[in-house]
Design a protein around this ligand. Structure first.
Ligand SMILES: Cc1cc2nc3c(=O)[nH]c(=O)nc-3n(C[C@H](O)[C@H](O)[C@H](O)COP(=O)(O)OP(=O)(O)OC[C@H]3O[C@@H](n4cnc5c(N)ncnc54)[C@H](O)[C@@H]3O)c2cc1C
Ligand code: SF4
Ligand code: SF4
Length: 691
C-alpha cells in the first residue's frame, strides 16, 4: 500500500495485486488485539503513518489513509523474466508485464504443522478471532512466540482454562511485555496486566476481549519444556520429561507455532532460497572444495598428509608436480637472465613462487570486495575497519615478505651490524628461495597458535618465541579486555579480512541454532592439540627423546590427521575457504581456529559487549540473520541485555543492519553496567538521529 501510494504520487503506472482483501493479515488478528507499533522515534519514509494501539482503530486509520488506492483482486503465482520486462503470472487470468515488481506478500504461507496424530481434528485452530467464544473451555495453546502468548492472554482473560505447551525451558522469542503478562497471569489470572507500552502510552489488555469488561477470569498454566504428543477428541497427551506424560482434558487446541514463508512462490519464480540444497548447489560445493584442494596443494610444496598411504602418495604433491615440470609459476622467470639490480633479483625469485600469486590474489580480492562492503554499509566504522584490514593484508602480509625484505636483503642491508643480527634472529639464512626465510615475518601479525611455524621449529628461535609469547599472552588479552575478540579477528587477522570482504555477501548462510552451537567447542580440541605440541616441542628441545618423537608424529608424520595437513591445510584452507559461498566465510573462525578458541577464554574477562536499547527493538531478527558467527543477538536485544558472546568478531553487521538503531558497541563493568559506548559511528540510524 505504501509503495502504491508512492507510485501514484510519482505519476507511475502501477497495479496493486491483492489475493484476499487489503490488510487481510491485520484483519485476521484477534478482536481487540493490542498493536505494538513502537518505536515511535523512527518515522516511516512512506506516507502511511500508524498511531493506533489496538487492531480495530488501526484498521480504520490505515484504511482512511489508503482510500485512494484501489487494489485489483488477483493471486500472483510467480514472476519470470520476459526479455527486459518481468512477467507476473496470475491465477486464472492473463499475465501482467512490468518493468519492476515489488513482492510484499508477507509471511502469508501455510501455517506450520504440529506433526502429531489428531492434528486434523476440527478443534485444532491456527487463529484466534474472538476469545469470548472460548469462555469456560479447556484450551491448549502450543508455542512460545508472540502469537501464542497473545492467544493465551486473551483466552485466559475471556474466562478459558488455558495451558501453554512450549518445547523450551523458558520463553525467549516473544516480546518481554507479553512474557511478563503471561507470567503474571499464571500467578493471578485476575491480575491487571495492562502493560506500559515502550513508547509510554498505556495499552490495556486486562479485559476479556482486550476491549470490553472481563468476564470471570480463567486459569493459565505453563508446561515448559513439553511436547504435544497426541490430540484426541476430548483430551491431549503431552510429554513433559524424558518419559513422563500428562493427559489433559481438552476442548480446543491453538497451534500457534508460526507460518512457513511463502516459499512456493519464490521457487516457482526461480529465486534461490537460502539454506535449500538442490543438485546444482551440491555440485557447486563439491567444485569449490576441489578448486580449494588444488590451490592449497599447489601453493604448498612438500606437504602431504597422504604420504603414508601408498595409493595416494603420488597425487598429493601437486606443488611438487608443478615444480618438477616447470609449470606456472615456476616457468615465469625461467628465461630472465639479466637480474642485476636488488629489485630484479627479488622479483626473479618471488615471481616464480606460488605463494606470491596466492597472496596477491588475496590482496586484490580484499580490496575489491572491501570497496563493495564500504559502499553497501556506509558507516565510518566499516570504512575504517575495511581499510585497516586491507592495509595489514597488503603491507606486512604481502609486500614485506615478498618484496620489501628480500629487496633489502639483496641490497646488502642485512650483511653487517645490528641489522644482520636482527635478520639472523628473525629470518635465518636458507638454501632456497630468497636466501633467507623472510616468510617468517607473517609472525609479526599472525599469532601462535594460528601461525605456528615460528614456534614449532627444529631448534628454538628465541626472538620469535619472545615475540609470539608477547603477542599471544600479553597484547591479545590486553586488546580483548577493552574491545573484545573482534579487535583481532575483525581488525587484524587475514582470515577475518577475507571473511569480512569476500564473505560479506554470504554472511546470512552461517547456520544458527543449538545443534551448531555445540560444534563451537571444536576449536578447543585443536587448541589442546596445539598446547600438547608446544609441550612436546619444548621437551624435544630439552633432548627428551620420546617427546621429540611424539612431536614429529603429531606434527607431520601421522597419516592425514597430522597437525600441518589436517588443521593448517584442510581445515583452515580447503574447508575454511571452500565453504565460503555455501556456509559463509567464518566457518574456520567460528569452529576450528585454535587462536580464536584461546581468545574465547580471554573474552570471558572482557569489558566488551554489544549494548541494546530494548525499547527500540521490534524483534525483526535482522541482527541474528546477518551474524556470521551464529550468535542469536536478537535474543539479547529484545530483552535489553548486553551481548557478551565471546564468538563475536566485531564485524558490526548487526549494529549496522538494525533498522531501528538498537545496538551499539560498548563496554561494561563487572556488575554489567554500561561504562562506555564506542565513539566510531557504526549504526546509520543512530547517525541520522544525531544529525
Ligand atoms: C498474530 C500476529 C500478531 C502480530 N502483531 C504485531 C504487532 O503487534 N505489531 C507489529 O508491528 N506487527 C505485528 N505482526 C506482524 C505484522 O502483521 C506484519 O509484520 C505485517 O502485517 C507485514 O506486512 P506486509 O505488508 O509485509 O504483509 P501482510 O500484512 O501479510 O500483507 C501481505 C498481503 O499480500 C497478500 N498476498 C499474499 N500472497 C499473495 C499473492 N500471491 N498474490 C497477491 N496477493 C497476495 C495477502 O492477502 C496480504 O493481504 C503480527 C503478526 C501476526 C501474525
Ligand atoms: S554479534 Fe554482531 S558484531 Fe558480533 S559477529 Fe555477530 S554480527 Fe558481527
Ligand atoms: S535488528 Fe535485532 S536489535 Fe534491531 S530491531 Fe531487529 S531484532 Fe531488534
Amino acid at each position: 500500500m505504501a509503495a502504491a501510494k508512492e507510485a501514484k504520487k510519482l505519476g507511475l503506472s502501477y497495479t496493486l495485486l491483492e489475493a484476499s482483501e487489503p490488510f487481510s493479515t491485520i484483519i485476521n488478528f484477534p478482536k481487540g488485539k493490542p498493536i505494538f507499533t513502537y518505536p515511535k522515534e523512527m518515522t516511516p519514509a512512506g506516507d502511511i503513518k500508524v498511531t493506533a494501539q489496538v487492531k480495530e482503530p488501526l484498521i480504520d486509520e490505515i484504511r482512511a489513509q489508503t482510500a485512494d488506492i484501489k487494489p485489483r483482486k488477483s493471486f500472483a503465482e510467480a514472476i519470470n523474466r520476459k526479455g527486459k520486462l518481468l512477467e507476473v503470472a496470475l491465477r486464472g487470468e492473463e499475465a501482467l508485464l512490468a518493468r519492476r515488481v515489488i513482492v510484499a506478500i508477507g509471511r502469508s504461507g501455510n501455517f506450520r504443522k504440529l506433526g502429531v496424530p489428531g492434528e486434523e481434528l476440527d478443534k485444532v485452530y491456527n487463529r484466534l478471532h474472538d476469545p469470548k467464544d472460548y469462555a469456560g473451555k479447556k484450551c491448549l495453546v502450543v508455542g512460545g512466540g508472540d502469537s501464542a502468548m497473545e492467544t493465551a492472554i486473551a483466552l485466559t482473560q475471556a474466562g478459558a482454562d488455558v495451558t501453554i505447551s512450549y518445547r523450551n525451558k523458558e520463553f525467549s522469542r516473544a516480546k518481554p511485555e507479553n512474557i511478563e503478562m503471561v507470567l503474571q497471569l499464571t500467578q493471578n489470572p485476575q491480575a491487571d496486566v495492562s502493560v506500559q507500552n515502550p513508547v509510554s502510552e498505556r495499552i490495556t489488555t486486562a479485559t476479556g476481549d482486550f476491549m470490553g469488561a472481563p468476564p470471570k477470569a480463567g486459569r493459565l498454566r505453563l508446561l515448559l519444556p513439553s511436547k504435544l504428543k497426541k490430540i484426541e477428541p476430548a483430551r491431549v497427551i503431552i510429554t513433559t520429561g524424558e518419559k513422563e506424560e500428562e493427559v489433559l482434558d481438552n476442548d480446543i487446541v491453538f497451534a500457534m507455532i508460526g507460518r512457513e514463508a511463502p516459499l512456493a512462490f519464490f521457487r516457482r519464480s526461480g529465486i534461490h532460497i537460502s539454506g535449500e540444497w538442490n543438485w546444482g548447489r551440491k555440485i557447486s560445493l563439491a567444485a569449490m572444495l576441489s578448486v580449494c584442494t588444488f590451490i592449497y596443494h599447489w601453493k604448498k610444496t612438500g606437504i602431504g598428509g597422504f604420504e603414508h598411504i601408498p595409493l595416494l602418495r603420488n597425487i598429493v604433491s601437486i606443488g611438487e608436480v608443478f615444480s618438477r615440470n616447470q609449470w606456472f609459476p615456476y616457468n615465469i622467470t625461467a628465461h630472465w637472465q639479466d637480474a642485476s639490480t636488488p629489485l630484479a633479483q627479488t622479483l626473479k625469485i618471488t615471481l616464480g613462487e606460488p605463494g606470491f600469486y596466492y597472496s596477491l590474489a588475496y590482496c586484490v580480492i580484499i580490496v575489491l570486495f572491501g570497496i563493495k562492503r564500504i559502499k553497501r554499509r556506509e558507516t565510518p566504522y566499516v570504512k575504517l575497519q575495511t581499510w585497516t584490514l586491507a592495509a595489514i593484508q597488503i603491507v606486512p602480509l604481502f609486500l614485506l615478505p615478498y618484496i620489501i625484505l628480500p629487496w633489502l636483503g639483496h641490497a646488502g642491508v642485512f650483511e653487517s651490524g645490528w641489522l644482520k643480527k636482527a635478520a639472523d634472529a628473525l629470518f635465518p639464512l636458507a638454501g632456497y628461495g630468497q636466501g633467507r626465510e623472510y616468510w617468517r615475518s607473517f609472525g609479526f601479525i599472525l599469532a601462535w597458535p594460528l601461525f605456528f611455524w615460528n614456534v614449532f621449529t627444529g631448534q628454538p628461535m628465541w626472538t620469535w618465541l619472545a615475540i609470539s609469547a608477547v603477542q599471544t599472552f600479553v597484547i591479545i588479552p590486553g586488546i580483548i579486555y577493552f574491545w573484545g575478540k573482534g579487535a583481532y579477528c575483525g581488525w587484524i587477522c587475514s582470515c577475518g579480512a577475507l571473511a569480512e570482504t569476500l564473505g560479506d555477501d554470504h554472511r546470512t548462510k552461517m547456520p544458527h541454532g543449538p545443534k551448531w552451537n555445540k560444534l563451537n567447542m571444536a576449536g578447543q580440541i585443536i587448541l589442546a592439540a596445539a598446547f600438547a605440541l608446544l609441550i612436546f616441542r619444548i621437551l624435544g628441545w630439552m633432548h627428551v627423546g620420546w617427546a621429540e618423537k611424539a612431536f614429529a608424529f603429531l606434527f607431520h608424520d601421522l597419516p592425514v590427521f597430522n597437525y600441518v595437513w589436517f588443521v593448517d591445510l584442510l581445515l583452515a584452507g580447503i574447508i575454511g575457504v571452500g565453504l565460503y559461498f555455501h556456509f559463509s566465510g567464518r566457518m574456520w573462525c567460528r569452529f576450528f581456529c585454535p587462536l580464536a578458541a584461546l581468545m574465547h577464554i580471554y573474552a570471558r574477562f572482557s569489558r566488551f559487549g554489544i549494548v541494546a536499547n530494548k525499547k527500540k527493538c521490534i524483534s525483526c531478527n535482522v541482527c541474528t540473520s546477518v551474524c556470521h558467527m551464529g550468535i542469536d543477538i536478537m535474543n539479547f536485544a529484545n530483552k535489553g541485555l548486553t551481548m557478551k558472546d565471546p564468538e563475536c568478531v566485531r564485524c558490526s553487521a548487526c549494529v549496522q543492519s538494525c533498522p531501528t538503531g538498537v545496538l551499539s558497541f560498548g563496554q561494561t563493568d563487572k556488575a554489567g553496567r554500561v561504562i562506555k559506548i564506542d565513539e566510531i559511528p557504526a549504526s546509520p540510524v543512530q547517525m541520522a538521529e544525531k544529525s
